[in-house]
Design a protein around this ligand. Structure first.
Ligand code: PGA
Ligand code: ZN
Length: 434
């Protein structure tokens, strides 16, 4: 009765107004599951392929009717009758059907839509929430969120080269209280910006996107906002950064084209991060501090800072179990960013989380800059039990939907709910060896 009976894809719009896919699966017993696929802007080169039509007459070539056709046609024919409770088997079948290493034939957007819709239908069929069916052991750890309150880089039309400046309420006693502290700080940051005459319009992930004087000014403004909101920087709320350095890397150097057009070598980039960490001990996590193609730089920064702060690999690992394992061997990073659509199936995503756990790496479950109202990553974060999620600022409905889903999960878990809080970073807060 839990057999897949029907697949139906729909071309919908994401939060940037670009086409993406919604996939609905119907099981033989009438139970349905729907998944909506996100889309990145600062993508890693080795991400699975997001299939776009390339027909300039529609959505400037960004239409997804080919991917829709693959779901409705070839994929549906191949998986009709398949057991919706066999996620691993299904995902393997989808990968084999595609036949390419990067899901480029059918499209990772088509494949993820199906994979995730089936996961949702299977949960529905069990009468259980998604977080309870994605993994076998009971899940009760609510993640500490990283809220991207100031946007730059490719996510904003401003003068800031670095992409994400996040606040993380590690000192709160619960997820809901942590979210409150972060939202209050977000509102206070708006006042701080306003008083300085800066714009309070928001970027793609709901953080403010003002024209600032330097790449460092966001930190100063955020620290001021944390304090003015009544919280202690470094204790109640810490800072996480995702400069998305791959976007700055040109011919072997880092180019700050949005601010002052200066250039830095790999060693100078590491020196910059070290300087910031010294000046701002409130920073505890740095994602993509080095570019995906700067393997030596990544190794060097991991050697120098890997025992002090969290170093998250996004563009270099692209949620790909093979690339992640290689990165671990190469001594790169101590945490991984997890994005379902970088790899395209639920199973491979869960594999990466498991590899992280086995190697004592952190894992941050993440949204994309192009999102929908799909809230699956909130459930994934609880199922993963790794204690971290980043899903934007305290604004924009597609970001808030995930935080609201976590509030529901917290209520549903009741007295069983635990909040990751500061436990996520204490393991990296070892004293620096002299
Ligand atoms: P993206 O950005 O979704 O545009 O890739 C998110 C990130 O780099 O973490
Ligand atoms: Zn990133």
């Amino acid at each position: 009765m839990s057999e897949i009976a029907k697949l139906e894809a729909l071309e919908i719009l994401d939060s940037r107004g670009n086409p993406t896919l919604a996939v609905t699966v119907t099981l033989a017993n009438g139970v349905k599951g729907t998944a909506k696929v996100p889309s990145g802007a600062s993508t890693g080169k080795r991400e699975a392929v997001e299939l776009r039509d390339g027909d300039k007459a529609r959505y400037d070539g960004k239409g997804v009717l080919k991917a829709k056709g693959h779901v409705d046609g070839e994929i549906q024919r191949a998986v009709r009758g398949f057991d919706a409770n066999d996620q691993k088997g299904l995902d393997k079948k989808l990968c084999e059907l595609d036949g390419t290493p990067n899901k480029g034939r059918l499209g990772a957007n088509a494949i993820l839509g199906v994979s995730l819709a089936v996961a949702r239908a299977s949960a529905e069929d069990h009468g259980l929430p998604l977080y309870a069916t994605l993994v076998e052991k009971p899940a009760n750890l609510l993640p500490t969120p990283g809220l991207n309150v100031l946007n730059g880089g490719r996510h904003a039309d401003n003068s800031v080269d670095f992409q994400e400046f996040m606040i993380s309420p590690v000192g709160a006693p619960s997820f809901s209280e942590g979210l409150r502290a972060a939202a209050e700080t977000f509102h206070t940051l708006k006042d701080v910006l306003h008083k300085k005459g800066y714009s309070t319009a928001v970027g793609d992930e709901g953080g403010f996107a003002p024209q600032l004087k330097s790449n460092e000014e966001p930190i100063e403004l955020i620290l001021e906002a944390i304090q003015k909101a009544g919280y202690k920087p470094g204790e109640d709320i810490v800072i996480m950064l995702d400069p998305a350095a791959s976007e700055l890397f040109e011919n072997g150097s880092y180019v700050f084209s949005k601010s002052d057009n200066s250039k830095k070598t790999s060693a100078e980039m590491i020196a910059l991060w070290k300087g910031w960490l010294k000046k701002y001990p409130e920073i505890w996590s740095l994602e993509d501090g080095m570019a995906e193609d700067d393997r030596d730089g990544w190794q060097q920064i991991t050697k120098e800072l890997g025992n002090q702060i969290q170093l998250v690999g996004d563009d270099n690992f692209v949620t790909n179990p093979t690339l992640f394992r290689q990165g671990i061997k190469d001594g790169i990073a101590n945490a991984i960013l997890i994005k379902l659509n970088q790899i395209g199936t639920v199973t491979e995503t869960l594999d990466c989380i498991q590899i992280a756990r086995e190697h004592a790496y952190g894992a941050v479950i993440s949204h994309r800059s192009g999102e929908t109202d799909d809230t699956s990553i909130a459930d994934l974060a609880v199922a993963a039990g790794m204690g971290q999620i980043k899903t934007g600022s305290a604004s924009r409905g597609e970001r808030i939907a995930k935080y609201n889903r976590l509030l529901e999960i917290e209520r549903e878990l009741g007295s069983k709910a635990r909040y990751a809080g500061a436990s996520i970073y204490e393991r990296w807060r070892k004293p620096v060896k002299a």
